[in-house]
Design a protein around this ligand. Structure first.
Ligand code: ATP
Length: 364
């Protein structure tokens, strides 16, 4: 197991900072995910860990040891890429054994035993003699994983390993990868642009934007307590309203959005307090409300929404999107788009409401 440190790591190309200064500490045995939109520096960060690139500034350290100048084959990393990169002319077994070409198997076992163990681990024991071309995408990716794990690496690096697979297979494979990772207890850095995937498998995620870390935290924390407007909008759906703080006491903050006033609890439900703690009267803020926290309280009856201190506001339904388990309803409120999760389609004018402890305020 290995602790990984990125200390002020930068990687510049001619006119771009692909990685613009990253400080992160990844613990022994942690499943750590780099997530963010295309071009935010995820792959470059992974390549810096693997040793395919050297940082322009800063250090990569494994267990405190600076890795600068250590070539990839001497770092003890296993890498799985998006496109499998299996050898088509070698059988599944030979592909996995290739991982042992330059390293002895760990634990004093023979190469044959090691390969058999790994095929068992990735649930492909019966398919050792097949050509990779005769396997499904998910199976091929499991071969690639077994090959990367064969020499017993101290660190596993996964670069969008699921992105070529269909949705159902992706879900199954990510559970398998997570299980294997916990069983081996191997420190893992996973790259994805898929925020749902990131939330589902990780111990912690780092949300990247323009080569920098916007927020690092456990999936729940990043989802429930986004630190910035970017994180609030990138991780899951969110309604973001521009507002101004008009009142504050020990337990609540009053925020004006358009012609409405909303109350937001200083302490969010079930979570540690976030930036709501630090806002003051007059601050410009973003009010964030998740679609699943918006409730429909009735029709467009003005009487119901006159009480200015409740969190009710009127909206007009534009479209209902049936998603199976839930329906995503797109509405408009005085020029603002509003999205909510509901158990059925809606139409016409509605009144929406949210709990004071379910909203979050971000300082602009
Ligand atoms: P994606 O999800 O699209 O793979 P990413 O988050 O992995 O994106 P990177 O591939 O790390 O992003 O790229 C980050 C930035 O650095 C991009 O603007 C990219 O064009 C640039 N970049 C990456 N590699 C090089 C290179 N070898 N030369 C010049 N620019 C590069």
């Amino acid at each position: 197991m290995t602790r990984v440190t990125l200390d002020g790591v930068r990687k510049s190309y001619a006119d771009t900072d692909a990685v613009a200064g990253i400080d992160v500490e990844i613990s022994d045995g942690e499943f750590f995910t780099l997530v963010g939109p295309s071009g935010c520096g995820k792959t470059t960060t992974l390549r810096l860990l693997a040793g395919f690139e050297e940082p322009t500034a800063g250090d990569v350290r494994f267990d405190g040891e600076v890795m600068t100048g250590v070539p990839p084959e001497d770092r003890g990393v296993g890498v799985v890429f998006q496109n499998y990169a299996l050898f088509p002319h070698l059988s599944v077994r030979e592909n996995v054994a290739y991982g042992l070409k330059f390293h002895d198997p760990p634990g004093g076992v023979s190469a044959d035993e090691r390969v058999a163990d790994l095929l068992d681990l990735v649930d492909l024991s019966g398919l050792g003699d097949r050509d990779p071309g005769a396997l499904s995408g998910g199976q091929q990716q499991r071969v690639a994983l077994a090959r990367a794990l064969a020499p017993g690496p101290r660190l596993l690096l996964l670069d969008e390993p699921m992105s070529a697979l269909d949705a159902q297979l992706r879900e199954r494979l990510r559970l398998q990868v997570k299980e294997i990772q916990s069983e081996l207890g191997i420190t893992t850095v996973y790259v994805t642009h898929d925020q749902e995937e990131a939330l589902s498998v990780s111990d912690r995620v780092a949300v990247l934007r323009d080569g920098r870390v916007e927020q690092v935290g456990a999936p729940r924390e990043v989802y429930r307590q986004p630190a910035t407007r970017f994180v609030a909008s990138f991780v899951g759906d969110n309604n973001l309203f521009d507002g101004r703080v008009v009142g504050a006491d020990d337990s609540r903050v009053a925020v004006r959005v358009g012609d409405r006033q909303f109350g937001v609890a200083r302490e969010a439900r079930g979570d540690t307090a976030g930036s709501v703690q630090s806002v003051a009267v007059g601050d410009s803020v973003t009010l964030c409300v998740r679609p699943e926290h918006l409730r429909v309280v009735g029709g467009s009856n003005d009487d119901e929404i006159t009480a200015k201190t409740t969190n009710r506001f009127p909206a007009t339904v534009r479209e209902s999107e049936f998603l199976g388990a839930t329906t995503r309803v797109h509405c408009e409120w005085a020029g603002r788009s509003v999205v909510l999760s509901h158990d059925d389609a809606l139409s016409g004018d509605v009144t929406l409401d949210f709990g004071p402890a379910d909203a979050r305020l971000l300082l602009d």
